[in-house]
Design a protein around this ligand. Structure first.
Ligand code: SF4
Length: 498
């Protein structure tokens, strides 16, 4: 147990985020307290006196005490104040644990946004930027270089989207079964089949309102995710795609199908995801409506692990689904993999990468396992102990090498809280097969009109102010279905033309 106490809530977010980066699997308690308590926890951190003192206790004994930072010289709560505190805590935890973290004190989800912003503001080229990231944020050289490389590629890919516009996201919150690590909105479809029809009816209401709310403007990209959109039957999927054709404006005249390249749509993705939900008739429906990018996600090529993590499919099914998608003409297929799954060794990761290479997808998204509070994985760890003793950086290095052998380069990157090895998720792709929506949402360059339960719409202002406003929808399926009119009104308010 790790105890984190502080006498000001201004410490709360940063201290917790850093602590869980060092100890993602540990149980952590937080409390507001004027002084450290006498608890004999493994580690007790107390930040006090508006930030001028930080104390670390190991099993009740004082381990370190530091007053180096003169927080009072800064405006409490300011950016500088927070970074002074964060770096001090980072250095203290690095001393205590004898470890450093690949991304240093950075705990945000978008390091490439920070890197690009810093490089631009300060006019830094690669080497100078790497030195800056190391000195100011304690980022390792390898990660700073990776971040810089990705930020530059993203910057060029995002050029057509910087002047405004929007992308459309539709969330389908149903899956064949619930994965152990899942923290997304996902209802097992068999138990919720009765709700599917009503759900699609609500999605239709949202789509019908879109042309008026967006002033007839057409989206640049469309992404249908979830959940697993292909958990729907072929008929339900066709109903959904027909709605898009009916309601969503396209740029240009005479678009006969909702198809990228016709009417200016730059990308149309359906995250098929689970191999146990992919059939020939669903693939044909997607082709008919012009879907040009799909995912077929193994996560691992070890059947034993698939069973353990509650994915009701085998590696054989994955191969079949992938082959089927290729034979139906899909030439832009992404694969998601997760490093650090329970019980997996470096040899398992090597095997998974070799199998992925054999199938040769067009892009690969490599995730470091994130242990979310809301997932069943957290309970699993409480019962079974730590997940594996894997060297995650080495595993990520193996994935980078495999991607390079497939002629892919890293093109997007994001981080989540509680990631194994405090690493990152990286998207690799072959030239021309980049997932544009992924970069758009990560770098926040244009608005997102998001439809469905548990989704978040974002209005990105392009007036140079950097202003971003958001509105969400109910995560609870019942509340979403009952409150559909209000969900639409929230978007009307967000995107209302001034
Ligand atoms: S397929 Fe994705 S959304 Fe569905 S349960 Fe698994 S992790 Fe969650």
């Amino acid at each position: 147990m790790i105890l984190l106490s502080y006498n000001s809530e201004s410490f709360e977010y940063d201290a917790y985020a850093l602590l869980t980066s060092f100890y993602p699997e540990a149980e952590t308690k937080q409390c507001l307290s004027d002084a450290p308590t006498a608890a004999a926890d493994e580690l007790h951190i107390h930040a006090s006196g508006d930030g001028e003192v930080l104390l670390l206790f190991k099993k009740g004994e004082l381990f370190t005490r530091d007053v180096r930072y003169e927080f009072r010289a800064e405006q409490p709560g300011s950016h500088e104040w927070k970074w002074a505190f964060k770096l001090f805590l980072y250095d203290s935890l690095a001393d205590y644990s004898g470890r450093s973290l690949p991304w240093g004190g950075l705990t945000g989800v978008r390091p490439t946004k920070l890197i690009l912003g810093t490089a631009r503001e300060q006019g830094l080229k690669e080497d100078a930027l790497v030195s800056f990231m190391r000195e100011h944020y304690r980022v390792s050289e390898a990660k700073a270089r990776l971040g810089y490389r990705i930020a530059m590629l993203e910057d060029s890919l995002l050029t057509p989207f910087r002047d405004g516009g929007y992308s459309l996201y539709i969330g389908i919150p149903f899956c064949p079964s619930t994965c152990l690590y899942c923290s997304f909105l996902s209802y097992p479809i068999a138990a919720h089949q009765k709700k599917v029809d009503e759900y699609l009816g609500c999605v239709e209401k949202e789509l019908a309102a879109l042309p008026e709310i967006m002033g007839g403007e057409a989206p640049d990209t469309v992404y249908i995710g979830g959940g697993t959109p292909t958990a729907l039957s072929a008929e339900e999927l066709e109903r959904l795609l027909e709605m898009l054709r009916t309601y969503v404006p396209l740029k240009g005249e005479g678009a006969l199908a909702f198809r990228p390249g016709i009417g200016g749509l730059r990308e149309f993705t359906v995250e098929a995801g689970r191999p146990d939900s992919i059939t020939a008739d669903k693939l044909r429906v997607m082709k008919k409506y012009g879907v040009d990018r799909i995912s077929v996600n193994p996560q691992t090529f070890k059947d034993e692990t698939l069973k353990l993590i509650g994915r009701h499919h085998t590696t054989e099914q994955l191969r079949e689904a992938f082959g089927l998608a290729r034979s139906e003409g899909f030439d832009n297929i992404n694969m998601d993999l997760i490093l650090g799954l329970p019980g997996e060794s470096p040899a398992d990761v090597e095997h998974t990468l070799a199998c992925a290479e054999e199938l040769s997808p067009d892009s690969l998204t490599v995730h470091s396992l994130a242990i979310k509070r809301a997932s069943r994985m957290k309970e699993w760890i409480a019962q079974h102990g730590a997940i594996s003793g894997m060297d995650y950086e080495h595993a990520m290095g193996m994935a980078q090498e495999a991607a390079a052998r497939m002629n892919m380069q890293p093109y997007y990157l994001y981080r989540q809280k509680n990631m194994a090895g405090a690493l990152e998720n990286t998207g690799f792709a072959r030239e021309g097969k980049y997932g544009l929506y992924n970069i758009i949402i990560m770098e926040e360059v244009q608005s997102i009109y998001a439809i469905g339960a548990g989704t978040v719409s974002k209005r990105v202002y392009t007036d140079g102010s950097g202003r971003i406003e958001r509105c969400d929808t109910h995560k609870d399926l019942k509340l979403y279905l009952e409150g559909i009119s209000e969900m639409i009104e929230r978007k009307r308010k967000l995107f209302g033309r001034e």
